[in-house]
Ligand binder design. Structure first.
Ligand SMILES: Nc1ncnc2c1ncn2[C@@H]1O[C@H](COP(=O)(O)OP(=O)(O)O)[C@@H](O)[C@H]1O
Ligand SMILES: [Mg+2]
Length: 259
């Protein structure tokens, strides 16, 4: 798909995006970057940099929030999702989001996965069964729980719950999956499994993730963008950003000189 060194196709193009909250905080200041298909695209940097604001903007979750100013464009397959009449329901089907804390619903593992499909009106048992098997396999969870799909989702470990939440968002067949610090509450083994899952998913999806640490960013990034106080300081191939950063601030951050 992508030969080494060649620039892949952008799935999302962010063009001079600025977002300010009504208290005056300029959380994103003229951000321009691409998000590539079949790649793990990483946003990293210290708290307050604007990473979560960018993910929320990509899902139009800021619409009702306290946003005073929004400028620029976000093109998804060439179409501006920030246009007033862009279909937000459709957008959220195409671009799924997984948050830091796994939030399983108080029901069985099976029902958690098919929840969105049932809401969308799917009733066919064979179709639901197929979706459960497909998404749990994609989330690298099937082998661990295939024989207890009727158990409560709460019986799963934190790492399994996070992969279950991933499977739930995959059931709606999104094109892009965004994850905001999905492993921040997990132990190292569960974290490793989630990272493995992302490697497995990038064949089929566009992955955009805010990792919970610089170390994780360096491990998983095909492409990496360093955010500092609302500015995109540096953006490039992960290998380059983490081994030969071009900007002094990037270097200081990845070598632990500030956090
Ligand atoms: N709803 C909000 N209202 C006002 N300011 C906010 C809101 N959400 C985030 N901010 C501010 O925007 C800046 C960026 O925050 P955020 O996007 O959460 O950064 P990050 O995810 O990189 O930690 C911070 O200064 C934060 O305080
Ligand atoms: Mg955040």
């Amino acid at each position: 798909m992508t030969t080494p060194g060649a620039t892949p196709e952008p799935k999302i193009q962010i063009l001079d995006l600025a977002v300010a909250y009504s208290d005056g905080t300029e959380s994103l200041q003229g951000i321009t970057m691409d998000i590539y298909a079949h790649q793990i695209n990483v946003l990293f940097g210290p708290a307050g940099g604007g990473k979560s604001t960018l993910l929320r903007t990509l899902n139009r979750l800021n619409d009702q929030a306290d946003v005073a100013l929004q400028r620029g464009q976000i093109l998804l397959d060439g179409e501006d999702i920030l246009e007033r009449d862009y279909d937000v329901i459709q957008l959220r089907r195409r671009v799924g989001i997984v948050f830091a804390r796994p939030v399983p619903l108080p029901m069985s593992i099976y029902e958690n996965v098919v929840y969105g499909l049932r809401l969308a009106g799917v009733k066919d048992k064979a179709q639901l069964d197929a979706a459960v098997e497909r998404t749990l396999k994609q989330a690298v969870l099937w082998d661990e729980i295939a024989d207890r799909l009727g158990d409560s989702a709460y019986a799963l470990s934190g790492g399994q719950q996070q992969r279950l939440c991933l499977a739930r968002s995959l059931a709606l067949q999104p094109e892009v999956i965004m994850l905001d610090e999905p492993t921040s509450g997990l132990d190292p083994i569960s974290t490793f499994k989630v990272e493995q899952t992302l490697q497995n998913l990038k064949k089929d999806y566009t992955i955009l993730i805010v990792p919970h640490s610089v170390q994780q960013a360096a491990r998983i990034a095909d492409w990496a963008a360093f955010f500092l106080q609302g500015q995109l300081v540096e953006w490039g191939q992960g290998r380059q950003v983490f081994t030969a950063p071009k900007n002094r601030r990037t270097e200081e951050y990845i070598t632990g000189r500030f956090g």
